[in-house]
Design a protein around this ligand. Structure first.
Ligand SMILES: [Zn+2]
Ligand SMILES: [Zn+2]
Ligand SMILES: [Zn+2]
Length: 154
């Protein structure tokens, strides 16, 4: 969704889109998601030096509550945030923590059947795949090469 229509929708619903909230959404949109609150805070501070981490965090919470932003837990102790853009899953890098969107859901009938059979009410689910991203793997290769004392000939 484009940011302008998102902001329009929020305003229509009576939500006050302050310049900081707008900036917050812009940052998330631009980055294609998966930023930690600290990342977002750093970026906002670049143009609004007086902003506090608490305010940024509170605004993130409000936007999550509105369903505009989704909070993600990649089990590394840092929540990530992304603009809500339909249900999807992630490939998460164990090294740098970056995530790649997987545009499908592996949630299966077996799971819902098991839930029904056990009178279990499903509220939500996570499915994240962990590994190493291309960039980190390249870096890792370079480090190995250096350790071996090999130098590329130019
Ligand atoms: Zn990585
Ligand atoms: Zn995502
Ligand atoms: Zn899913």
């Amino acid at each position: 969704m484009c940011l302008d229509s998102l902001i329009q929708q929020l305003t229509k619903e009576g939500f006050k889109v302050t310049p900081q909230r707008k900036l917050l959404l812009e940052i998330l949109q631009k980055s294609e998601g998966h930023l930690s609150a600290e990342d977002i805070f750093e970026e906002i501070r670049a143009s609004q030096p007086n902003v506090s981490f608490g305010t940024v965090y509170r605004n993130l919470g409000i936007l999550c509550g509105l369903g505009v932003v989704t909070q993600l837990d990649f089990k590394d102790g840092r929540s990530r945030f992304e603009i809500s853009s339909g249900h999807h899953h992630h490939l998460v890098c164990l090294d740098c923590g970056n995530a790649i969107d997987v545009p499908m859901c592996p949630f299966s009938k077996t799971i819902s059947d098991t839930a029904i059979a056990n009178n279990f009410f499903i509220k939500h689910h996570n499915f994240e795949v962990y590994g190493y991203c291309g960039e980190c793997r390249e870096k890792e290769e370079e480090t190995k090469e250096e350790a071996r004392g090999k130098h590329q000939e130019v």
